[in-house]
Design a protein. Structure first.
Length: 285
């Protein structure tokens, strides 16, 4: 499972076009910075490693996100650091010990034809390039100046730990009989993908004022937590639809949405309400 991803299709939700884009935006952005690309450059998003590419011209490469052991012509290369590859070199990504998605960026960025201003593969709507196939040749853009800064690549949380995610209140938070029950714990279902992550645990109950009530479809965003009739939450990912009819009780923060994109099936998740901190003003007497 390898797709091309960039910053996504911004500004088209009002006409029914999802944003899509990199599932772990922080890892994707870091990969581009490491090789000197502009902020919106397209890179390859690889799920659980297993990718092999042959370089056709000299360029810088960098892998971030889930640490898929990378080799250049059979020699290991570091994770989260830019390295040089010459024409004819073969790069292989193994299976990461932790995390789900790895980003492989090439200097110059992937130069496939954009669709509505983006080169992202949208697995829900079918917009953008198709998933990468064996033997496919992917062009890159003009080579940028060699970068001078080398930011650090943050480690991906091991799967054995409880993944704590911060949640801002959603527009239908009052539909929950007990908002504290949203904390969980929850377990990520195998029925999860770039569209959304299903959580399994003790079903959430609706407040008595909303039992049996249904909503017209409302606009939703990445990280939105919908609660269907089953009471088991669904967290929207990068390829989420633009509207939904179930109550949105919370929305993951941007950083937590990126962390969830690296979580595998069976990962235990705890959701934590993240209310704005109150500030006090100190006055001089």
């Amino acid at each position: 499972m390898a797709t091309v991803q960039d910053a996504g299709r911004r500004g088209f939700a009002h006409v029914g076009v999802p944003a899509s884009g990199a599932a772990d935006r922080s890892a994707w952005a870091l990969a581009n910075r490491l090789v000197g690309n502009h902020a919106a450059a397209a890179a390859i998003e690889v799920t659980l490693g297993g990718l092999e590419v042959v370089v056709t011209e000299a360029m810088l490469l960098a892998a971030t996100g889930a640490h898929a052991p990378a080799t250049l012509n059979g020699t290991p290369v570091p994770h989260g650091v830019a390295w040089f590859a010459a024409a004819g070199d073969t790069v292989r990504l193994g299976r990461p010990a932790a995390g789900l998605r790895t980003y492989l960026a090439a200097s110059g960025g992937l130069a496939l034809e954009p669709v509505l201003g983006s080169r992202s593969t949208d697995t829900l709507s079918g917009l953008g390039p198709e998933r990468l196939r064996e033997g496919e040749v992917v062009p890159v853009g003009p080579q940028p100046p060699i970068p001078r800064c080398h930011p650090a690549s943050p480690p991906v949380r091991p799967a054995g730990e409880v993944l704590v995610l911060d949640v801002s209140p959603g527009p239908r938070r009052e539909w929950l009989a007990d908002p504290s029950a949203l904390r969980g714990p929850w377990t990520i279902s195998g029925e999860s993908d770039r569209v959304g992550v299903r959580l399994v645990g003790a079903p959430l109950r609706r407040h008595r004022d909303h039992i049996g009530e249904e909503l017209p479809s409302e606009g939703v965003v990445r990280g939105a937590i919908q609660v269907p009739a089953s009471g088991l939450p669904v967290v929207f990912g990068a390829d989420h639809p633009v509207t939904g009819g179930y109550p949105v009780v919370g929305v993951l923060t941007s950083a937590s949405s990126d962390r969830l994109a690296q979580a595998r099936t069976g990962q235990v998740v705890a959701l934590r309400w993240a209310f704005p901190r109150e500030t006090t003003r100190r006055c001089r007497s």
